[in-house]
Design a protein around this ligand. Structure first.
Ligand SMILES: Cc1ncc(COP(=O)(O)O)c(C=O)c1O
Length: 307
């Protein structure tokens, strides 16, 4: 079992603290009731040193998540951006995953989180491809979950709230116990929504599609990145709902996410997808790799360099 390797610093409630001191009380409100919003951001090695990928977009989503949940953030987007940069600089690692998080802290118990103080932190750790480097190369085996993606009438999927990840964890565990790598969740209308921590794309007859925001998904920043790549590649693209059987009959399928990168899906519930080649996925992976590692000047504005 591989755990997180401790780095030097974590930013917590306004200052950098030692890794081992970034603690909360066991009666922290958010731990009990899931009232916590967070982000997942990557920092990559580039010829100009570490660069954080699409930091303003991630922090804009962080602020939106807080707004949806009536959470009053004690720090501005600019403060959070500085915190992320300071964490990367102080830990002196070139490639890592950043985790800004805001949660109802130690104070009052009970179901009104607004009575507890909001605590904010930015952690960082080294994290390889979420579905494995072999998955990125050869594709992963997916299963359609028996768990339905939660509906925006109960938990808003566009807010990156910890509570959503209880639904994700049920789907993930079911997939793993069943011998698969990852799940695909349908929404309450029976249409494809997303993976537990990834968006899903389908390629059929040269047209690339992904479910719209109204399908009940997190609007992924990697999803948006891929949509922009498709325009630059001149590939036809649609935001459209699709069904479980349209997964089976796809020419290519893939997950996108900050943690997972662009990972092809080679099989869904025992049905091999396409021919097993991923020509469009390979083009997108190449662009993503170049963009994140500062090798394509066209995407330089997506990088926040940590000098
Ligand atoms: C449920 C869910 N969907 C999609 C994504 C992909 O989003 P992004 O590309 O912004 O990482 C994530 C990861 O954050 C997620 O947790």
């Amino acid at each position: 079992m591989v755990g997180i390797r401790a780095l030097k610093k974590i930013w917590m409630d306004g200052k950098l603290v030692d890794w081992a001191s970034a603690n909360v009380h066991v009666l922290t409100h958010g731990l009990h009731y899931g009232y916590s919003i967070f982000e997942g951001i990557r920092c990559h090695d580039t010829p100009r040193g570490p660069a954080i990928f699409r930091l303003p977009e991630h922090l804009a989503r962080f602020v939106s998540s807080a707004k949806i949940y009536r959470m009053r953030l004690p720090y501005s987007g600019a403060d959070m951006a500085k915190a992320c940069v300071d964490v990367v600089r102080s830990n002196a690692v070139t490639a890592a995953y950043l985790r800004p998080i805001a949660f109802s802290g130690y104070g009052e118990m009970g179901l009104d989180p607004t009575k507890s103080p909001v605590q904010v932190a930015v952690g960082e750790w080294e994290w390889g491809a979420y579905l494995g480097a072999a998955g990125v190369e050869h594709g992963v085996r997916a299963t359609v979950s028996s768990w339905v993606r939660m509906d925006s009438r109960s938990l808003p999927p566009q807010a990156k709230c910890a509570a959503n990840y209880a639904n994700s964890a049920l789907a993930k565990m079911e997939a793993v116990v069943g011998g698969y790598d990852e799940a695909i969740l349908l929404n309450s209308a029976g249409m494809v929504a997303e993976g537990p921590g990834e968006n899903v794309f389908r390629v059929k007859n040269g047209i690339v599609s992904t479910p719209p925001a109204s399908s009940g998904i997190l609007r992924g920043i990697t999803r948006d990145t891929v949509i922009q790549f498709l325009a630059h590649e001149g590939l036809p693209f649609q935001r459209t709902d699709f069904t479980r059987e349209e997964l089976f009959t796809a020419d290519e399928l893939f997950y996108t996410g900050t943690a997972a990168g662009i990972t092809p899906i080679r099989e869904v519930d025992g049905r091999p997808i396409g021919t097993g080649d991923y020509p469009i996925v390979r083009r997108l992976q190449q662009r993503y790799d170049d963009a994140t590692h500062g090798r394509n000047p066209a995407y330089n504005s997506w990088l926040t360099y940590v000098e």
